[in-house]
Ligand binder design. Structure first.
Ligand code: UN1
Length: 516
């Protein structure tokens, strides 16, 4: 792939059939003149425009919802395995387009080439998972206490659902929700982040081509626009049965309250503030690699990024100094270049937040061990680069309880595992966690009810980098939602308990008699 950005821009736009101005609304077809603002997609690598998108507002919203409702009627005529067949065809097409889509992800979000392609691989993986699932939407059968009665539960589709995604996983999180929801029988309206809008359009072009060529109902729609405007409309609209939201705790709270007022359903994937405990029994080289990946991959902009490590005082000096060494060596720069592991932050606001967090941590008693400053990359002066940063903290302070979307790692020292777990669980968020140890007792303690309070708990691997096969999500301020694998599909369905009397009388439960 070319690392020359101006050349790459032209290549990508051509490969993905993007124009210099694109429609950001798809409702059974691309809407020619959406009624909202035109926004520029900017590459964080050099701060220059890639292409523009005409986004939607209220009138487009109505069009999209009505189209989705019509598509739902058609979708219900297909069986789950037939719906799975569409997802299979989409997965096949994504395999062919993995590189070109990966490039737009890298250009638009600043991910390294392998991470950009990894994003698309995650879509392919969840497509395969959803296809299998389309033949396994199992319910339970219960033993009835009534004679000649049968009881079971079935999972029925919800209808129209809304999926609001963030810039950092700009297409895979959509697919986690949408492919699973689609096989269950739902239809999906996608509100992507305005910071990764071309990725969403490119994905939709591929997905809708498969739909049209194979004559399936238009079950996927795209609705770009302002987060607060479109997000609020979706959250307040009882036609949208479920809103799956990935984003900040602050916005998630508004979505949650608005949807709850109308008794709708939500799946919330909000902030993470993930910690790793490194014990004196850890395999040090393995732990160093795990922490380095967890804290610096995607320039610290994953919900699952390792933001805190809690290290046993017995190995603290050795471990931290080795980690600082790794941080010094890691190459920051153009994420499309070979050997670069840390690309830019998403925009200048993210850089401001980074600077602010470093300043606050220092004020709260922290000592910067490495990094702490904005990075200037030759030839990419307009890009949003910062130095990967380690800050030693004397205790848990307000800034270490916040999620700053940047490569800042706070380091704490502990004496006992109980203390380590206390520090670990002291933050409001509860997404991912890990422990590095070879000691069975330490590992089991971490995984016990007295251990990690997060939705994801890992042993000898990073907080980041989850596979699609598990249910993904977190506790506390992270919002409690579960997406992706395991039985997370149940969130996209309504459960119905069915009782069938196939006898000739009406025996009543609990021995009640009602003879008329
Ligand atoms: C996110 O940051 O919202 O576990 C999702 C990971 C990725 C997904 C992160 N597979 O790091």
């Amino acid at each position: 792939m070319s690392t020359d950005l101006s050349k790459l821009r032209g290549e990508i736009l051509k490969e993905l059939s993007l124009n210099s101005i694109n429609s950001g609304i798809y409702a059974g077809g691309w809407v020619k003149k959406p009624s909202g603002r035109t926004v520029q997609s900017i590459s964080p690598i050099d701060g220059k425009n890639i292409a523009a998108v005409m986004t939607g507002s209220k009138s487009d919203y109505e069009l999209v919802v009505r189209n989705a409702e019509r598509a739902y009627e058609e979708w219900l005529k297909l069986t789950p395995p037939q719906r799975g067949e569409l997802v299979r065809l989409i997965g096949n097409e994504l395999r062919k387009e993995k590189q070109s889509l990966g490039k737009i992800v890298s250009l638009e979000t600043g991910k390294t080439t392998v991470e950009g392609e990894g994003e698309i691989q995650e879509m392919i993986d969840i497509a395969d998972f959803a296809v299998g699932l389309s033949r396994q939407l199992h319910g339970l059968q219960m033993a009835s206490e009534r004679y000649e009665h049968r009881m079971y539960e079935q999972y029925l589709p919800l209808g129209v659902i809304g999926v609001i995604t963030s810039f950092n996983f700009p297409s895979s999180v959509w697919s986690w929700n949408s492919f699973i929801a689609a096989v269950v029988g739902d239809v999906v309206i996608w509100k992507p982040s305005s910071k990764a809008i071309l990725t969403a359009i490119s994905v939709m072009k591929i997905v809708t081509k498969v739909i049209r060529e194979n004559h399936y109902p238009e079950v996927f729609s795209l609705l770009t626009g302002s987060g607060s405007e479109i997000g609020n409309m979706m959250s307040a609209d009882s036609r949208v049965k479920l809103v799956s939201f990935t984003g900040s705790v602050k916005s998630g709270r508004i979505v949650s309250e608005t949807v709850a007022r109308r008794f709708g359903k939500t799946i919330l994937e909000l902030g993470g503030n993930n910690g790793s405990i490194v014990t004196s029994k850890a395999n040090i080289p393995l732990s160093l690699k795990g922490v380095a990946f967890g804290s610096m991959a995607t320039a610290g902009q994953r919900c699952t990024t390792t933001r805190r490590i809690i290290v046993d005082e017995k190995i603290y000096k050795e471990f931290v100094s080795k980690l600082v060494g790794i941080y010094r060596m890691v190459k920051v720069g153009n994420p499309l270049e070979k050997g670069v592991l840390v690309g830019p932050l998403i925009d200048d606001t993210a850089v401001k937040n980074f600077n602010e967090a470093v300043k606050r941590a220092t004020k709260e008693g922290g000592k910067v061990l490495v990094g702490g400053k904005v990075a200037t990359i030759k030839g990419l002066e307009g890009g949003f680069f910062v130095q990967p940063t380690i800050i030693e903290m004397p205790k848990v302070t307000p800034i270490t309880c916040e999620e700053t979307f940047a490569p800042i790692l706070y380091v704490f020292k502990y004496k006992t595992l109980d203390e380590a777990i206390r520090i670990h669980n002291a933050v409001p968020q509860g997404l991912s966690s890990s422990i590095y140890t070879t000691d069975l007792g330490e590992e089991e303690m971490f995984l016990s009810a007295k251990g990690s309070d997060c939705g994801l708990a890992n042993v000898n691997t990073a907080t980041a980098g989850a596979e699609i096969g598990g249910a993904f999500g977190g506790e506390k301020d992270t919002g409690g939602g579960r997406e992706s694998g395991s039985d997370a599909w149940k969130s996209y369905a309504r459960r119905q308990t069915v009782t069938i009397n196939w006898g000739k009388d009406i025996p009543l439960a609990q021995g009640v008699k009602f003879d008329v």
